[in-house]
Design a protein around this ligand. Structure first.
Ligand SMILES: [Zn+2]
Length: 263
């Protein structure tokens, strides 16, 4: 998976319809399933440990996040990337063991699970017994710092209690999703869920009225570009630019300027 396209040396980025379905901001939920293109485009998975794989950029950020939060010995990685077959098995087993009511709240239907993107990780406090579907990750104590830092390393708590009416998933304090910085930071500060963020950014059109985030010595512009059935070529004016599909109908473009307006 091309999580992000960064073009420092060229002025243009070419985008086609396949790019809608890949990138760190793809929305995978009950309405929007993971597209076959994303599955075929070889997610760049690497091992987090003997059992768990994650997409490479998210692993690098996760390990850094754990390190700065000083919780290496206190947490357990419970579940990361799952392929279709594994997700189907978890779904079926949950249905059999716990019934539909429970399953519909906590386990996504195959191809509607963020775990299939390689960008989601379930994290629990290290304990003798860890519930695979619902590991326990506290909000207080040493984990408070981890939760605060997460947004600086590109991660969001994906299924919050106050957003269940939008996400259709019960509160899952243990499920973290990599969306990349600065998106994670904005989502955290504005208390949004990913569904709301994707909608919000649609109001900020590329080259017209970008959303501007001032962060340290940067002015970061975030904008939306709808896919219009032709291959698109965007001019970046030599500004460091990353692009992600939204898995619906277009792209989210992020451009990094320094505070003088250039880079
Ligand atoms: Zn999860």
């Amino acid at each position: 998976m091309n999580l992000a396209y960064k073009y420092n040396e060229t002025n243009t980025i070419s985008l086609n319809f396949e790019d809608i379905y890949v990138g760190s901001l793809i929305l995978v939920n009950y309405n929007h399933q993971l597209n076959n293109i994303a599955i075929e485009k070889n997610i760049n998975l690497i091992n987090l440990n003997d059992e768990i794989k994650l997409e490479k950029t998210s692993i690098n950020n996760l390990l850094e996040l754990v390190k700065v939060s000083k919780i290496q010995n206190k947490l357990a990685f419970v579940s990361g990337f799952r392929n279709y077959k594994e997700q189907r098995e978890i779904y079926t087993n949950s249905l059999k063991g716990k019934g539909f009511e429970f399953t519909s709240k906590y386990v996504a239907f195959p191809n509607h699970s963020e775990h299939q993107t390689g960008l989601a990780i379930d994290i629990g406090e290290k304990r003798k017994f860890i519930d695979f579907i619902r590991p326990f990750l506290p909000y207080d104590g040493i984990f408070e710092k981890f939760r605060k830092n997460a947004s600086l390393y590109g991660f969001i708590e994906r299924y919050k209690k106050n957003k269940t009416h939008i996400t259709n998933i019960a509160a899952e304090p243990w499920h973290y999703r990599y969306v990349g910085f600065p998106h994670s930071h904005i989502i955290y500060e504005k208390d949004l869920c990913l569904e709301e963020y994707i909608e919000l950014i649609k109001n900020y059109k590329f080259n017209i009225n970008p959303f501007v985030l001032k962060y340290k010595c940067f002015e970061i512009e975030i904008s939306y570009l709808k896919y219009d059935s032709n291959n698109l070529e965007i001019n970046t004016n030599n500004i460091p630019t990353t692009v992600s599909g939204n898995n619906i109908d277009g792209f989210i473009i992020t451009q990094w300027r320094n505070c003088n307006g250039n880079l």
